[in-house]
Write a protein that binds this ligand. Structure first.
Ligand SMILES: Nc1ncnc2c1ncn2[C@@H]1O[C@H](COP(=O)(O)OP(=O)(O)OP(=O)(O)O)[C@@H](O)[C@H]1O
Length: 270
């Protein structure tokens, strides 16, 4: 279980994440939603400890993640893989080498420095690419791939870390609808097949409602919605996106999602 207790991150006077408390069950697929600047990225980055909390605690299965330093912190980061909007691949390197980078924390320093990968490690990386249906791209330069292919390479890299949690920060923000589906389907398969807990920041409410078991809505750093997708009614959407606010307006897809809310049946447990 991932337990966030009063988790806070301030930048100057302003709290980007404001006393967030959440219990996330292992194996769940949680969507984090909210308008731009709501604190979604900061929340995910704190869980991975890329951003330091100003207050509160993060616990994973009774381990105090907030107290980790040095090697245990590096190990935590390996167990808690991140996927970014911009993929963060090394463009001039081939796909297999990019995926192998996910194993760096698992091999002795001298081998990782020299990039001496064993046959077994290469097999693990290739198997991850196969899982993502892109093994045929293993020898290609990463910067020759489409955005959707690059994001699947990034997911394969995360997978070879053998993580317990995947934190995906707007993984589909720069993808077209077809690639959005491929990437989200891949995350959903990983969640089911390996039981990896997934927290995924999403701008699209339709996508969030379709793929996530549970949605956590942030507004000004605070949790203003926490429930199953079908519980996200018009009032909740208004609280999240601020219908009364002059700008930005509620995205049309958010309104569609809210209108459909009452028609949906409970499909998922969380
Ligand atoms: N390094 C930083 N320094 C100062 N302020 C920051 C920093 N990082 C984030 N913020 C502020 O914290 C708030 C939350 O930002 P964050 O990126 O977490 O929001 P978000 O919900 O992920 O937004 P988006 O959907 O646009 O990515 C914003 O007001 C942002 O300007």
């Amino acid at each position: 279980m991932l337990v966030l207790d009063d988790l806070t991150r301030r930048f100057g006077e302003r709290a980007a994440v404001d006393r967030v408390s959440l219990n996330i069950k292992p194996g769940s697929f949680v969507g984090v939603i909210g308008r731009s600047g709501a604190g979604k990225s900061t929340l995910l980055r704190m869980i991975n400890r890329l951003a330091e909390p100003s207050g509160g605690t993060i616990r994973w299965n009774d381990e105090d993640v907030t107290a980790l330093r040095g090697r245990p912190l590096r190990e935590w980061r390996a167990r808690c893989a991140m996927i970014f909007q911009q993929f963060n691949l090394t463009g001039r390197l081939d796909v297999l080498t990019n995926v192998l980078a996910g194993r760096l924390s698992r091999v002795p320093a001298h081998r990782s420095l020299l990039k001496l990968w064993s046959v077994e490690e290469r097999a693990v990386a290739l198997a991850a690419l196969e899982r993502l249906d892109i093994a045929n791209l293993a020898a290609q330069r990463a910067d020759r791939l489409s955005g959707g292919q690059q994001q699947r390479v990034a997911i394969a890299r995360a997978l070879v870390q053998e993580p317990e949690i995947i934190l995906a920060d707007e993984p589909i923000a720069s993808l077209d609808p077809r690639n959005t589906r491929l990437v989200m389907d891949a995350l959903a398969r990983i969640n089911v097949d390996y039981g990896i807990t997934i927290l995924c920041n999403l701008h699209s409410l339709d996508v969030a409602r379709h793929y996530c078991h549970r949605l956590v809505g942030l507004a000004a750093g605070r949790v203003v919605f926490d429930g199953r997708p079908e519980m996200l009614d018009e009032a909740a959407v208004r609280a999240l996106y601020g219908l009364e606010a002059e700008a930005p307006a509620v995205p049309p897809e958010a309104m569609d999602a809210a209108r459909n809310a009452s028609m949906r049946t409970a499909a998922f447990q969380y």
